[in-house]
Design a protein. Structure first.
Length: 226
């Protein structure tokens, strides 16, 4: 592993970069880091069963996409808000004898129209973003992740050689936390003889053999070490 001001860098096979992500994740977890930013990183980091041009590409496009607006967060489609806007507009005409009430309904109608336009615009932009990212940007730029906790980028450097080679650089954005992560990574190097990479649990074979569904796992599996 190479360590610099820009982060912790690892070159090697897919297994090497998966392990690199797991070590940093474990260090953050051992420091008591949790919350949405940590969960987002833990979800995005490459896993042993994933493929760069499929799984990591999809996750990168998703996390890079424009955020949801008020209408989307409320679970409403643009057409839903337009229908509500029409209803509020009709109600405003029914309340013409009460100017304050009519104006209130009119304002609500305008708000729903604006929310519908916002949702439609975000959907259109997101569709373009996703298409451009998947078809163009992943051919030119590394796969990346960025939030307030972690910034990371992943590149494939030897696609056509016998053994694929990757470069995975991860930076912890808080300098104090980064220093602690650095200490823990060094400690892992000294104390852990062999790192066992997480693998996705395969339940299909068990279910087919036993004729029952496998029980759901409680919580995310973690790396084990010797």
């Amino acid at each position: 592993m190479e360590e610099s001001i820009s982060g912790f860098k690892r070159r090697g096979s897919w297994g090497d970069i998966v392990e690199h992500g797991e070590r940093i994740t474990r260090a953050l977890r051992d420091l008591g880091i949790d919350g949405e930013a940590f969960e987002a990183w833990d979800e995005w980091r490459p896993k042993s069963h994933e493929r760069l041009d499929e799984d990591v590409s999809e996750k990168t496009a998703k996390q890079a996409s424009i955020s949801e607006g008020r209408g989307e967060k409320a679970g409403k489609e643009p057409n839903d808000d337009l229908k509500t806007a029409g209803k509020k507009l009709s109600e405003s005409y029914e309340k013409l004898d009460d100017p304050d009430e009519a104006m209130g309904r009119w304002n609500e109608s305008i708000d729903y129209v604006a929310r519908a336009a916002d949702s439609a615009g975000r959907k259109a932009i997101r569709k373009v973003e996703d298409t451009v990212y998947r078809k163009v940007m992943t051919q030119l730029a590394p796969y990346y992740f960025d939030n307030e906790l972690v910034s990371a980028n992943l590149q494939q450097t030897a696609r056509f050689e016998a053994e694929e080679t990757f470069v995975f650089e991860v930076n912890v954005n808080d300098d104090a936390v980064k220093a602690q992560v650095s200490d823990l990574l060094a400690e892992y190097e000294d104390t852990i003889d062999r790192w066992h990479i997480d693998t996705e649990k395969q339940t299909e074979t068990v279910e087919a053999a036993e004729g029952v569904e496998a029980p759901e796992s409680k919580g995310r599996s973690r790396s084990t070490t010797n």
